[in-house]
Design a protein around this ligand. Structure first.
Ligand code: CP
Length: 432
């Protein structure tokens, strides 16, 4: 994990309270991420491929994904905003918890890359007839999925899904643990508005204790050199998260009004009542609103141009006043919009030819369902072959993609549309 600390994953900095899986299969505790098992991320007993949290990427990997996302933004601005980069591949969204933005933007991203999309939503599925989580993901594989995007209310489930399915998995949010693509898109938006994030002070305000968004975002911001202030009532802060960064890059505060004048950006969080298993964490909603809602009066304490972000869904009138949510400071819509190119970049990196896949997104273990042993961290080697079709694009020379590789996809697509030959080394290969 490139030197980043092991992060606590639950309220108050403790490990996530293991929520008993509703379905058959190992408990989340048995699929704890490798770092929690004592080893560095990327080397552990769990043979998995995918993106499980943002710290796996390191600062360099984050920068590469954001650079590729910029290239895909250019694709999305075209009259026909689609490239054939993942034609013949299938992305399944396996969501066991509600979602609007994450699921729709992953599905849009997959379609913009010409992949097929399989949508699984727990509600209305055969889970209600007693089918297990394991059998559900095996079913998605049997139906042709090449990659699973997984959201689940229990921390750690994406790792287990990767083991059961033998497919690459992208964590679309697991319990209070992690939401890596949200952090990536947030960093894309913040970087666009603030430039280099090194030395910038970002306030993350609200229910930090139950927020997977906060955990992944803190990790990403620290990797990019920012300073983070976690702001909220003491019962909703996460002292363990602060302690995980002994260099002082992350601190906490209960006084939003005092922190606002020195902020470079304010990131608001929703109160996650559904994860508040301990009663009395928030005795008075009115008190919370009085002290922490970002309304017009509070926003006026911010220096001019300081942006306000929120991952959504917003509870207008609770953590954010509608006037602020709809003001010029608000980047909420831009965050949603950036979800598509950022997720295109992640899908593309995971599903293009394995020999050209960068290690940061490719290898996270040594034990594989196929019995293949990997050198931990071996660049370009995959623990699990995600059914890459023969005739895939040759790897670009020099290893992983450089910045602008995604834009090259667009150029190749244009060439393809003109009937010209595909260049070797591109990302447009796939089943024709
Ligand atoms: N930000 C986010 O994860 O939103 P959804 O729950 O709508 O996916």
């Amino acid at each position: 994990m490139n030197g980043s600390p092991t992060l606590p994953t639950g309220p108050g900095g403790s490990a996530p309270a293991p929520v008993a899986p509703r379905l058959a299969g190992p408990s989340p505790a048995s699929v704890a991420r490798p770092s929690e098992a004592g080893g560095p991320v990327g080397v552990g007993p769990v043979g998995v491929v995918g993106l499980f949290d943002v710290d796996e990427l390191g600062a360099e990997g984050i920068a590469e994904v954001l650079s590729d996302a910029e290239g895909f933004e250019a694709v999305l601005a075209r009259p026909i905003p689609t490239v054939p980069a993942l034609r013949g591949r299938a992305v399944a969204t396996a969501f066991f918890e509600p979602s609007t933005r994450t699921r729709l933007s992953f599905e849009t991203a997959a379609r913009r890359l010409s992949a097929d999309v399989l949508t699984f939503a727990a509600q209305g599925s055969s889970l209600s007839k007693g089918e297990s989580l394991a059998d559900t993901v095996r079913t998605l594989r049997a139906l042709g999925a090449d990659l699973l995007v997984v959201r689940h209310q229990s921390a750690g489930v994406p790792y287990q899904v990767a083991r059961w399915s033998g497919l690459p998995v992208v964590n679309g949010g697991d319990g209070a643990h992690a939401h890596p693509t949200q952090a990536l898109l947030d960093c894309a938006v913040l970087t666009r508005h603030l430039g280099d994030l090194a030395g910038r002070r970002i306030l993350i305000v609200g229910d930090v204790a139950h927020s997977r968004v906060a955990r992944s975002l803190v990790s990403a911001l620290v990797l990019l050199g920012a300073d983070v202030v976690l702001v909220g009532p003491p019962t909703l802060l996460a002292p363990g998260l602060v302690a995980a960064y002994p260099d002082g890059r992350v601190r906490q505060s209960e006084d939003l009004d005092r922190e606002l004048p020195d902020a470079d950006a304010v990131y608001l969080l929703r109160l996650q009542h559904e994860r508040m298993v301990t009663a009395g964490l928030l005795p008075e909603l009115a008190e919370y609103v009085r002290l922490y809602r970002l309304d017009r009066r509070r926003a006026s304490r911010l220096p001019a141009g300081v942006p306000v972000l929120h991952p959504g869904p917003m509870n207008r009138g609770v953590e954010i006043d509608p006037e602020v949510a709809d003001s010029e400071r608000s980047l909420v819509t831009e965050q949603v919009r950036m979800g598509v190119p950022v997720r295109m970049a992640v899908l593309w990196r995971l599903l293009r030819a394995p020999e050209s896949r960068p290690a940061a997104l490719a290898v996270d273990g040594i034990e594989t369902g196929a019995g293949t042993e990997l050198a931990p961290g071996a660049p370009g080697r995959s623990a699990i072959d995600p059914a890459v079709p023969s005739g895939s694009a040759a790897p670009p020379t020099g290893g992983g993609p450089g910045p602008g590789e995604a834009a090259r996809v667009a150029a190749q697509d244009a060439e393809s549309a003109r009937g010209g030959p595909r260049r070797r080394g591109g990302a447009t290969g796939g089943r024709a």
